[in-house]
Design a protein around this ligand. Sequence first.
Ligand code: AMP
Length: 474
Amino acid sequence: MQGNLGIPDRRASHAVRNDGVWLAYPLQGEADSCNRNGFEPLIWLHPMHILLLGSGGREHALAWKIAASPLLTKLWCAPGNAGIAREAECVVLDIANHAAVIDFCKRERIELVVVGPETPLAAGIVDDLAQAGIKAFGPSRQASQLEGSKGFTKALCTEFGIPTGAYGRFGNAADALAYVRKQGAPIVVKADGLAAGKGVVVAMTMQEAEAAIAMMFDGAFGAAGAEVVIEEYLSGREVSFFALSDGDTAIALASAQDHKRVFDHDHGPNTGGMGAYSPTPFVTAAIHDEIMKKIILPTVAGMKARGTPFRGVLYAGVMLTAEGPKLFEYNVRFGDPECQVLMLRMMSDIVPAMLASCDGQLKNFDLRWFPDSALTVVMAAKGYPGDYRKGTRIGGLDVAGKAEGVEIFHAGTIAKDGEILANGGRVLNVCALGKTVTEAQQRAYAAVDRIQWPEGFCRRDIGWQAVEREKAGG
Ligand code: AMP
């Protein structure tokens, strides 16, 4: 992976460097709330070396945002990609080897590690770094079970009265089959553990449910499928809701909507996500408050009561049902590609927010957002989510990236001999801000059309629900 020691241009506007800053929480609050909290103790934050872990579009967006912080002295990313190399020095480091990560942090005097993906979180990298005296943004191994075990989350919901679908948890196929036969279809079959986003089967028929149970207990997902959660099918509109927690409290980030199916009109197999936009018009102020009150805050309180406080980003998959919002899953980190649109909309500096999450200082914290909409189109290698080619050449990125409101994040690229090559299934995130989702969509697709990559493809309808609503004047 190539390195790049240059300071990004964007940071020039934050060029003032000093030994640190005294900051009062809320850092970015409205004038009146600043006055109200005028007696909050000041907190000393000094510029620091930061290491980001991960290599996808989510991490490029995080790197872009962190690189804009005046609290950064130098950013590294392990392992990174060709786009991230514009923002950070990319380092070859096996992030599954926690001892190697700790050694690197000590050698480079890293003061904050930001963990992008779920796998290192579930493996306890935050605990291991903390034990070595290094601050890390993200949940502990125990708290990561909110994503790492569907059964764990369902049990938490039951214990703390968090609205979710009815469920059963099974360690063998016979009991699981008996349960689905009793419940009937449609029904949802989920591998308990982490299965790279593939461990959920929404079975519309009994046959599909039975096949899913057989597949999971046959070991399709290895240990992740040794236990299976069978959940009530929830019908309604699906939304993603993001909050930041410090273990005691949580503040909402923003809502977003992603598009999981590979082809237009939601056809084809599920993927990691083919695009996203934020905010979603379907999370009204009332629904926002209900999700915070009934789902996010009880989760944070429950995790604290259990002695496993949750610090980091809580990403709730919520179904807006006729009976109100119901949780169907938690992730314990930013979504990809939702992170990309959230970073574009975030006006505040992200570094103090991450530090406040690590330090239990979110109580009086506030984040400010641009009112604009943001949208991202994922460009993937043809064949994805099945087999695809690597190493194909991508042209036109510079021209496409200069269009008004456009930002291109790299999800799976490498630089070779001065060229950018595809190096994964999801390869680019072509993002744009606009006054409306419609404008952001037009800008993003205009940029997509300037990219020369015959071996790539994308959906052409990202944001359609919001665009339809805007057309109807809603
Ligand atoms: P997940 O891997 O948990 O994100 O689930 C993949 C997709 O399955 C989600 O995006 C939902 O569309 C769907 N899903 C998960 N749980 C349910 C449920 N209980 N009812 C209906 N759809 C669900």
